[in-house]
Design a protein around this ligand. Structure first.
Ligand code: MG
Length: 157
C-alpha cells in the first residue's frame, strides 16, 4: 500500500511560569503549557498522527515522560526523531492538517510562522495550521488547557 493516513490528539495544561510553544513557535503569553517536554501539544498531535499512519506506536512509547532524557525536550527535535524512525522513514509526508483548540492565546498572528516551521521540518509544502475556540465551553474554553488534533497523509517513497 503506498498511502497511509494517521490522526493524533493531545492536551496540555496552561499554567503560569511556562513558555507557550505551539508548532515550534514561542508565543508571547502570560501563561504557558505544562509538560515533561516543552509541552508543544500541536507537535505532539502531529507526531502521533505520523506514528499512527506508520503503525509505529505513539510518542508515549518513544519518549516516556518518566525518562529524564526527554525532560524539557524541544518537541521539534522529537519530531525529527519520529521522521527518522525506521517504520516512518520509508514514507514522505504528503500533507498535514493541524487544529489547535484554544480560548487563549490568539493563534492567528502566528499561523504563518507555524506553518513555515512545520513545512521545513516535514519537507512538505502542504502544511495547514488552523485554530478554533470552544466558545468558552469546557477546559479549553475556560483557558485551563490547550488541545490539538492532527491528520497526516504519508506516501511510500
Ligand atoms: Mg503531549
Amino acid at each position: 500500500m503506498s498511502f497511509r493516513i494517521g490522526q493524533g490528539f493531545d492536551v496540555h495544561r496552561l499554567v503560569e511560569g511556562r513558555k507557550c510553544i505551539l508548532c515550534g513557535i514561542e508565543i508571547p503569553h502570560r501563561r504557558g503549557l505544562l509538560g515533561h517536554s516543552d509541552a508543544d501539544a500541536a507537535v505532539h498531535a502531529l507526531m502521533d498522527a505520523i506514528l499512527g499512519a506508520a503503525a509505529a506506536g505513539d510518542i508515549g512509547q518513544l519518549f516516556p515522560d518518566k525518562d529524564p532524557e526527554w525532560k524539557g525536550a524541544d518537541s521539534m527535535e522529537l519530531l525529527a526523531k519520529v521522521l527518522a524512525h525506521p517504520q516512518v522513514a520509508p514514507y514522505r509526508v504528503v500533507n498535514a492538517d493541524i487544529t489547535i483548540i484554544a480560548q487563549e492565546p490568539k493563534i492567528a498572528p502566528h499561523r504563518e510562522a507555524m506553518q513555515e516551521r512545520l513545512a521545513n521540518a516535514l519537507d512538505c509544502e502542504a502544511v495547514s495550521v488552523k485554530a478554533t475556540t470552544t466558545e468558552k465551553l469546557g477546559f479549553t474554553g475556560r483557558g485551563e488547557g490547550i488541545a490539538a488534533s492532527a491528520v497526516v497523509l504519508l506516501e511510500k517513497r
